[in-house]
Design a protein around this ligand. Sequence first.
Ligand code: GRF
Length: 212
Amino acid sequence: MQKSQRFEANPEGLRVVVLISGGGSNLAALLAAPQPDRYGVQIVAVGADRHSAAGLQYAREADVPVFVERISDHPDRDSWDRVLTDTTAGFRPDLVVSAGFLKLVGPRFLARFPGRYINTHNALLPAFPGMHGPADALAYGVKIAGATLFVVDDGVDTGPILAQTSVPVLDDDTEDSLTERIKYAERAQLVEQVALMAQYGWTITGRRVTTK
Ligand code: GRF
């Protein structure tokens, strides 16, 4: 029998750190959800790998602490990973959400937040991992695309899947139109799933993840 890992809900509200690199529309959706009383989620900090991440503005407007750790400010990737891990851990998160964070974290980070680091990807995994999910889906000619929320492991977009949401691919889609349709569904999924994790906790058994 496979061993289960259980992650209990935090009755005081799930403490969440969000990591971003870009526009931060997923972060904005999380911040817009009522917190922490009804939603049960508290965004305790937002981190980025670049100062230009436009989404940092959403955090500042919401008075959420922000931090930026650029790889180029560190002698090597390992020391970046150590500082990113320590800084994130300083906010005592129950959950860390990569919402368009364009860096692969290192082994220290994964070891510090096992089962507690999730990522949203704009394709229906295991199809189209990597940086260009919507473009790859379009080029392949699939008729259904979507987004996957998963628990990060040491591979690229390979971790156990929490949830998936699908959208149609239309005949006249461009990369931009498909990307936007996916992002709309992706944001709703992220908000809903984080709320479920906050309310019920979650369990990982092999590759199966359940929010109860
Ligand atoms: C999301 O679609 C995510 O799947 C991809 O990057 C996008 C981030 O968008 N990796 P935003 O910064 O949350 O607007």
